[in-house]
Design a protein around this ligand. Structure first.
Ligand code: B12
Length: 451
């Protein structure tokens, strides 16, 4: 079958969202291609295609099947793309966290869809395309939801057996990461699933069972990225890269033994790092560890069900610095129960622990998360300069305008200082992310003027 996998254009051309590869689509493409289908990926977001050009492209291209991916904050953008494509294509399927979390109601949101894939798509895409090719005999295959039809879930594949993402189909030169330290950027997933219970996290796709690839296989992929795609910096997007100390040590040892000269970033929990591990990570090329600190207020940490403490955050940041690594703190400001003073305490905390980078956000209740049923007090969207393209409701007891002002002043106060600015500029030059730095700078500048 002729399958076109699509990430739609930006909602608004000035959107400063991160331009990182749509790895989910690349995984689906690899599996479908291995099964003999003809597959193409259109990343209209990264290539900054306009909506008019997207329309013209689809009108001319007319594939047999189109597959979209959606997170909830961009579901309306995907719905627009589905409407545009509908007259020109045979079948349309949507996968990703949004359809997985909302289920059947996705067909009301996007009436143009023929099917939705629920959960991980690798074991599902082949049977779905075959079902379509054979004119839909019997019920849909496991993992496929059709409007009004019965549904059975599919069993996820062992992550060690999934083929490499089809990165050769992606516009690799269009991807950048603001905090990268070298040229040539790629993302990787070395494990899936997470056993923790954070109330703001949507685990509908990956599930609670942590499933990891072997250290050898992970390092093989890193080496392939360097050799075949000229990658110098890898961002690991695992939910929790540091969950198994043994595996992190094995990955680092493997990198060091092979003499692989590549830099990388990963996400960790403040309760699962220690000085010895961080030091080995640094020796193995790690430059940045990002932690979900979320808040300096114990009540908020309890609401978020982080199962970490403020002292653990303090010691993880100190150990990270001592190991020669940079730290990134993800923060959530203004959660229910917080007021101006508690927000300011969290902002101050990031300075106190000497985080090298910070991303301040507000709390959104996504479908698929325990917080989704929490009563909403402010139906408003508060953006930040790195995630401008979103349409999500903020959960807070605070006045939305006031919280928005605090979020903006947190970003301005943190980044508009000589050291963070100099570092960002240096890294942007080293990694070729000048455009990203410029977009973020412009967003900060606009806020500054408006303040
Ligand atoms: C990388 C990432 C990002 C990147 C963007 C990624 C991209 N290129 O689009 C950035 C950093 C920009 C980002 C931002 C945000 N993100 Co994010 N992000 C992730 C992360 C960590 C990894 C995504 C990934 O590559 N996964 C690996 C691939 C293999 O999985 P996948 O994409 O889900 O794809 C699989 C299936 O979904 C399915 N599938 C997906 N698409 C398709 C298509 C077809 C046709 C088929 C058949 C199957 C299929 O098959 C794939 C293979 O198994 C996930 C968490 C996670 N572990 O997935 C969160 C996650 C996707 N993000 C999330 C959120 C909430 C956000 C933010 C709102 C957070 C914020 N601070 O503001 C913003 C919103 C940005 C926006 N523009 O609106 C939520 C989404 C929840 C939801 N219901 O939508 C997640 C799930 C985190 C979580 N656990 O809660 N994010």
């Amino acid at each position: 079958m002729d399958l076109l996998l699509v990430r739609p254009p930006r909602r608004d051309p000035s959107d400063a969202g991160l331009s990182v590869p749509p790895l989910g689509l690349a995984y689906i493409a690899a599996v479908a291609r291995d099964l003999g289908h003809s597959v193409e990926i259109l990343d209209a977001y990264a290539t900054e295609m306009s909506w008019a050009d997207f329309d013209a492209f689809m009108r001319c291209r007319r594939p047999q099947a189109v597959g979209f991916t959606a997170m909830t904050p961009v579901a309306d953008v995907v719905a627009r793309a589905v409407r545009i494509c509908r007259p020109y294509v045979g079948k349309i399927v949507l996968g990703g966290p949004h359809p997985t979390a909302v289920g059947e109601s996705v067909f009301q949101e996007m009436p143009g869809l023929d099917a939705a894939v629920i959960g991980e798509g690798e074991p599902v895409i082949g049977p779905l395309l075959e079902w379509w090719q054979n004119d839909q005999p019997g019920p849909p295959p496991p993992g496929v939801r059709v409007p009004g039809g019965a549904f059975t879930g599919a069993t996820p594949m062992d992550p060690g057996l999934i083929p490499r993402p089809a990165r050769d189909l992606l516009p690799n030169d269009a991807y950048r990461y603001l905090f990268a330290t070298r040229r040539g950027f790629a993302t990787m997933i070395s494990s899936r699933g997470c056993p923790y219970r954070c109330s703001f996290c949507d685990k509908s796709v990956g599930g609670s069972k942590w499933r990891a690839r072997s250290a050898k296989d992970v390092v093989n992929e890193m080496a392939e990225l360097q050799r075949n795609f000229g990658v110098g910096f890898i961002n690991f997007y695992d939910d929790n890269f540091t969950i198994s100390r043994k595996r992190v040590m094995a990955i680092c040892t493997e990198i060091i033994q092979r003499g692989l000269d590549i830099e990388w970033k990963c996400e960790g929990r403040v309760d699962s790092v220690d000085p010895e591990m961080l030091t080995l990570m640094r020796r193995a090329g790690c430059r940045v560890v990002a932690y979900g600190v979320e808040s300096a207020n114990p009540e908020t940490l309890a609401l978020l069900r982080k199962d970490v403490t403020v002292p653990q955050a303090i010691s993880a940041f100190a150990d990270t610095k001592a190991a020669g690594l940079r730290s990134l703190a993800y923060m959530i400001l203004g959660a229910p129960g917080e007021d101006q003073a508690s927000v300011e305490a969290s902002i101050r905390f990031c300075r106190d622990i000497e985080a090298d980078y910070v991303q301040f956000s507000t709390l959104s209740a996504m479908p698929g998360t325990p917080l989704f049923s929490h009563p909403r007090n402010a139906d408003q969207s508060i953006t930040n300069p790195l995630d401008a393209d979103q349409n999500r409701m903020t959960l807070t007891d605070m006045d939305g305008e006031e919280l928005g002002r605090l979020v903006r002043s947190a970003w301005l106060g943190f980044y508009l200082r000589p050291r963070p600015m100099a570092r960002l500029l240096r890294d942007a030059i080293a990694s070729g992310s000048i455009d990203e730095a410029w977009r973020m700078g412009r967003a900060l500048g606009r806020w500054r003027l408006a303040a």
